[in-house]
Design a protein around this ligand. Structure first.
Ligand SMILES: Cc1ncc(COP(=O)(O)O)c(C=O)c1O
Length: 452
């Protein structure tokens, strides 16, 4: 980090290398060091770095028009992107509300749910229920919907209060059930929460189909979302699927909710939507919501300056085309299986690996102090961060996070490489991860912080 920097960094005490360029699954810094980007930054870079076709599409967009405010004009790029998304989304979800990132997509969904119920003559409905150990963004409304204590703590007095629902966390079932024989107690917990505050107050339930940042690719029980949908319908509550991480092919389907055949009322997208080429987000909306605005000739009272930005939308169109042309959804599924197999082979019996889980190229590895008891490593060890830093030093980028269990205890890394990763590169990824893991554990042992 330069002494003269005027950037207020995320972490002012970190020493960030200067990135110079990107090529496929690799990022290269100014000194020429290559990093295998095994998490797409933060589950963003789905088609890989430096894709010429996307760069050309952006240049072409800039040659025609760079910006025209959406209160005055529409633009061909956003019209085309909305059409493509409507074709890909599950039945009845036919409109896209464009924004600039994941938090904005969630904020828009929360406010749209409220606006919908007001139009339906139910103005008392406003509350959005979310789950423990979830993350929906850092703006205040999205943060309030999420359930990660570490991210919330500083801002807690500013966040609206509502009951939270248990996560669907089969490796550490909050109800101590075996997923093969459970009665989906975690889904039923939504009903408890709704009845606790009164269904008349609840506008929506929000969930990540596969929980990402906070808990490391938690795949739900197969029947979970069907039960959730039933409960939402029973109490007139909208279902918002936060697919900011899982959407656009990451789990091996365009949308993760497709794995269980459940149609939500809204889908939040960002990250993979333009794969990092330009920031963009979107809230995809079911006809039944859009129609209430159209039929009453109401505008949705919300909006941001950069919504529907032509450059962002052009990037989205180019990325979807690229994914289709190169069969990358199928690749995400196939390479996900390959990577999962290699990870389980290399780490499945490791004494400090408790669980390896995920779908497609969205994989979490959870670390433990003891496999038999599933006891986590002491939070003071900062294990995930140490592992992430060690891997980075070795030229492997993973997404480390602590607090997997309750916001404080537990450590995991998310692995979510670009869909263009090759077989050989998955081998290299696993090799470097094993090396980083062993080096991190050795560091702790050498310092006397870890026994055996
Ligand atoms: C599921 C989910 N929702 C929302 C967000 C917020 O997205 P952004 O950081 O683009 O605001 C994230 C970011 O990691 C996320 O994983």
């Amino acid at each position: 980090m330069s002494e003269e920097t005027r950037v207020f960094y995320r972490n002012p005490f970190a020493d960030y290398p200067m990135v110079a360029r990107g090529e496929g699954a690799y990022l290269i810094d100014k000194k020429g060091k290559k990093y295998l980007d095994a998490c797409g930054g933060a589950v963003v870079s789905s088609i890989g770095h430096g894709v010429k076709e996307v760069v050309e599409a952006l240049k072409a967009q800039l040659d025609s028009v760079e910006f025209a405010h959406t209160s005055q004009f529409t633009n061909p790029a956003q019209e085309e992107l909305a059409g493509l998304l409507a074709e890909l989304a599950p039945g009845g979800i036919n409109h896209a509300y464009f924004v600039s990132g994941g938090s904005e997509a969630v904020e828009s969904a929360i406010k749209m749910a409220r606006a919908y119920w007001v139009q339906m003559g139910r103005p008392e409905k406003w509350m959005v229920i979310g789950r423990e150990q979830s993350y929906h963004g850092n703006t205040l409304g999205a943060l309030a919907a999420g359930g990660n204590p570490w991210r919330r703590a500083l801002y807690e007095p500013m966040l609206y209060q509502r009951p939270r629902v248990a996560p669907c966390f089969c490796y550490r079932c909050p109800f101590n059930k075996d997923p093969a024989h459970c009665a989906l107690e975690c889904a039923e917990d939504l009903e408890r929460a709704i009845l606790e505050v009164g269904p008349e107050k609840v506008s929506a339930f929000i969930a990540e189909p596969v929980v990402g940042a906070t808990a490391g690719a938690l795949v739900p029980h197969d029947g979970y979302f069907r039960r959730i949908r039933e409960i939402c319908d029973r109490y007139d509550i909208l279902l918002i699927a936060d697919e900011v991480m899982t959407g656009m092919g990451r789990t091996g389907k365009w949308f993760a909710m497709r794995h269980w055949g459940v149609v939500p009322d809204m889908i939040c997208l960002a990250k993979g939507l333009a794969a990092g080429y330009v920031p963009i987000g979107a809230t995809l909306v079911h006809d039944r919501i859009v129609d209430t605005f159209h039929n009453r000739r109401n505008v949705f009272q919300h909006g941001h300056t950069y919504m529907g930005h032509p450059l962002a939308a052009a990037a989205g169109v180019a990325v979807i085309r690229y994914i289709k042309q190169h069969g990358l959804i199928e690749k995400s599924e196939k390479m996900g299986e390959e990577l999962m197999r290699r990870l389980r082979e290399a780490l499945g019996a490791h004494p400090n690996v408790g669980d390896i889980r995920g779908k497609g190229l969205f994989i979490g590895v959870e670390f433990v102090a003891d496999r038999a008891t599933k006891a986590p490593l002491e939070p003071e060890l900062g294990f995930a961060r140490l592992l992430g830093d060690t891997a980075f030093g070795l030229g492997l980028i993973v997404y480390p996070m602590s607090g997997t269990i309750d916001g404080r205890h537990g450590d995991h890394v998310l692995i979510a490489p670009p869909f263009v990763i090759t077989k050989a590169q998955t081998g290299r990824l696993v090799e470097l991860l094993v090396k980083a893991l062993d080096q991190s554990l050795a560091t702790l042992r050498d310092k006397g912080k870890l026994k055996s």
